[in-house]
Design a protein around this ligand. Structure first.
Ligand SMILES: Nc1nc2c(ncn2[C@@H]2O[C@H](COP(=O)(O)OP(=O)(O)O)[C@@H](O)[C@H]2O)c(=O)[nH]1
Ligand SMILES: [Mg+2]
Length: 231
């Protein structure tokens, strides 16, 4: 078909490439600025403790051990911003981090408690789920959900539950398939396609990207993506 709009990616003339590179550099710069200052604000065990201003929030969720703390640390270039731990299921609070210089934060990263850890009593698990659902469905300044799933076993029952909640709340969701360094390129593509097929059945805005903390490009892509969402 030849009637695509002039500025669609498919019809862009090759001579635009240097402009693209310039735009990429600018995007990287503003993403770097955004992530230059990241400060822990508070941990909330209940909704009444959530910050009560309207700063846009980007929430990170996933089963425990999926690599959520590692991803947050990589995005923020911090070694210990979010606790990386080999003992999963420890963090039960919703942790809020301010993005942007002290006194004038631009947005917030929100670290939701990891779910699905087997050795936690059912009553505690149910409480976590309730808290997460409450946050996702009621938080009016929540802009985007970043849902992390291990590329080796994506779409667990609880992941699907999260996707359903995001869909119900009409919450745009970026899926990151973590630890993609464990797979070769062909297999990464295959799992991405499999996850895309699964989410096609859901109404809403969903996107899928492979992610690894060991892949500098993947980390900076997501950093850039977050900066773009906030503009
Ligand atoms: N190979 C690989 N391992 C990772 C990656 N991200 C996290 N991990 C490891 O996965 C385990 C759990 O990571 P962590 O960030 O604590 O997971 P969380 O429970 O979701 O916060 C740790 O041993 C990490 O070193 C990744 O991108 N690649
Ligand atoms: Mg963690």
């Amino acid at each position: 078909m030849n009637d695509a709009p002039k500025n669609s990616p498919n019809t862009k003339p090759k001579t635009d490439q240097s402009d693209d590179q310039g735009a990429d550099k600018n995007a990287n710069r503003s993403a770097d600025q955004l992530f230059q200052h990241v400060d822990f604000l508070l941990g909330a065990a209940a909704a009444h403790q959530f910050p009560d201003d309207q700063l846009p929030e980007i929430a990170f969720a996933g089963r425990s051990n999926v690599g959520k703390s590692s991803a947050l640390n990589a995005l923020c270039r911090r070694r210990k911003l979010a606790r990386t731990s080999k003992v999963p299921g420890r963090t039960q609070e919703i942790n809020f981090f301010n993005l942007g210089a002290a006194g004038e934060p631009k947005a917030r990263l929100v670290d939701l408690p990891g779910y699905g850890f087997a050795q936690v009593p059912l009553s505690v698990k149910e409480k976590w789920q309730k808290n997460i659902h409450h946050y996702l469905s009621k938080r009016s300044n929540l802009l985007i959900l970043v849902l992390l799933m291990d590329i080796r076993h994506p779409l667990t029952d609880l992941d699907k539950q999260m996707l359903d909640w995001a869909s119900e709340s009409n919450l745009p969701t970026q899926i990151l398939l973590t630890k993609s360094d464990k797979f070769k390129r062909g297999k990464i593509k295959q799992v991405c396609a499999q996850v895309e097929t699964e989410i096609e059945r859901l109404p809403g805005q969903f996107a899928v990207e492979p992610f690894s903390v060991h892949n500098v490009e993947a980390v900076s892509l997501i950093r850039r993506q977050i900066a773009e969402w906030l503009t």
